[in-house]
Write a protein that binds this ligand. Structure first.
Ligand code: ZN
Length: 440
């Protein structure tokens, strides 16, 4: 209230009044000009400050999660549920805390695996399979396996049909310098397309982000394809370059029990899915053979710093400068799901991931807040990766209008609608100027 324009005008009036009384009429014109300028400057400052406070007030002061985003609440200190309680979880995120013992055990397991691979190195063609996406992490892991450990991995890439050109370029550049065999599997694209279409048109949850579903189902399929490739060559280890913050589902290893019982989704047994789609998942025979490789995530236990990874892949010219950004190499499905989620839930899955990184490294808050605030209004209006998202939707045969209509219908039935609209408004284009001011 004290910053309202009316209050300011009144203040200004009294200011002139007093000045005039004290210094007389001659100088009043001069005072009017200087004070008019002061007034404008002060007014602009206050409006900007209010915009900052309004935005900051709605975002957790320890991480970057907005208030009311899928049930996340800020307490009176402005701290969100995830920051206030280490055990807090919801469908989209749980803060997995790995105790020292488990970490140590996993690291010593990894050291034993490395020793085993080295011991058999001369006897086998490939020591392991590396799930290779062309992103910075799997590229750096490839370098580590070959150049630090002296191993021979078979790099396997499963193209979902939506790999970015940058990821493809990264793979080409890297393989020119690291000589390893590479298998690119492109035939599963039609199965991925069916899977995406199904989820985009059948997502009715009020609690779980579409990206959460898509990422899980999609990565289960990718993992299956890579594991099947390893089984073809009887390779005992499959490695993926998941970073230490990606521990929502797995820490260090993907248990066999999960592989056997949870990777193949129930929907795949029904229409529109056919036998030609099901063949990308592990068959009963493969499962009962008892020869499923161990699936490990080494970056969960060996040293990992994002800056070091980026420096490594850029300095060795595996990835061109600036092309290591996960936002560029992530497949476009995630961008489309993110567009859907922002409009449907007023927030995105990345926010959880970035928030977790901020909790691990407090000084990175500003950087991630900046990323979120720049990307958010663009994502909301499908201006971020617009071409790719539009192409994706075209390819799966779903229009943006149909999606927005579906979102609208579902929002009307969502008890959290008001909060969702509030959060969306916070990031909308009309606020972009003040948001950019906050972060600059
Ligand atoms: Zn928080």
């Amino acid at each position: 209230m004290s910053n309202s324009p009316l209050f300011l005008l009144r203040k200004l009036f009294f200011h002139f009044y007093l000045k005039e009384k004290v210094e007389g009429r001659q100088s009043s014109i001069f005072f009017f000009i200087t004070n008019h300028q002061n007034f404008v400057v002060t007014f602009v400052k206050i409006v900007k400050k209010k915009a900052i406070i309004m935005i900051e007030k709605q975002i957790c002061r320890k991480c970057i999660l907005p208030d009311g985003f899928l049930g996340v609440q800020l307490n009176l200190d402005g701290v969100c549920d995830f920051c206030a309680d280490p055990n807090h979880k919801n469908n989209n995120w749980s803060r997995t805390i790995i105790d020292e013992k488990r970490r140590e055990n996993s690291l010593s397991d990894w050291n034993m695996v490395v020793a085993d691979m080295k011991k058999n190195h001369e006897k086998v063609k490939y020591d392991c399979v590396l799930g290779y996406s062309g992103g910075k992490d799997s590229t750096a892991l490839l370098d580590h396996l070959v150049n630090n450990l002296g191993l021979t991995p078979l790099a396997v890439t499963s193209d979902t049909g939506f790999m970015t050109d940058i990821a493809k370029e990264n793979i080409k550049d890297t393989l020119q310098q690291i000589q390893v065999d590479h298998v690119l599997i492109e035939n599963a694209a039609s199965t991925f397309i069916k899977l995406y279409k199904y989820h985009f048109l059948n997502h009715f949850s009020n609690e779980t982000l579409l990206a959460r579903y898509i990422c899980d189902y999609c990565s289960d399929l990718i993992h299956s394809i890579v594991v099947k490739e390893a089984m073809k060559y009887k390779i005992p280890y499959v490695l993926f370059g998941y970073s230490p913050d990606q521990i929502f589902r797995y820490f260090y290893k993907m248990p066999q029990e999960e592989v056997i019982h949870h990777w193949k989704p129930e929907i795949i047994t029904r229409e529109p899915f056919k036998e030609s789609d099901r063949r990308w998942y592990l068959t009963e025979e493969e499962i009962s053979s008892g020869k499923i490789p161990r699936i490990l995530l080494p970056y969960h236990v060996i040293p990992y710093r994002e800056e070091d990874i980026i420096n490594l892949v850029e300095s060795k010219n595996y990835i061109k400068k600036g092309h290591a950004d996960p936002l560029l190499t992530n497949c476009n499905v995630v961008h489309a799901a993110t567009f859907y989620d922002f409009n449907r839930y007023g927030g995105i899955l990345y926010a959880y991931q970035y928030a977790e990184l901020v909790r691990q490294e407090t000084e990175s808050r500003k950087k991630w807040l900046r990323t979120l605030k720049i990307a958010a209004p663009l994502i909301l209006e499908n201006k971020f990766k617009e071409k790719e998202v539009t192409q994706f939707l075209e390819k799966i045969g779903v229009s943006q209008e149909v999606l927005l209509e579906q979102i609208h219908t579902q929002l009307e039935q969502d008890a959290n609608r008001e909060q969702i609209e509030l959060n969306k408004d916070m990031f909308r284009k009309k606020r972009r100027k003040s948001i950019q001011h906050v972060i600059s």
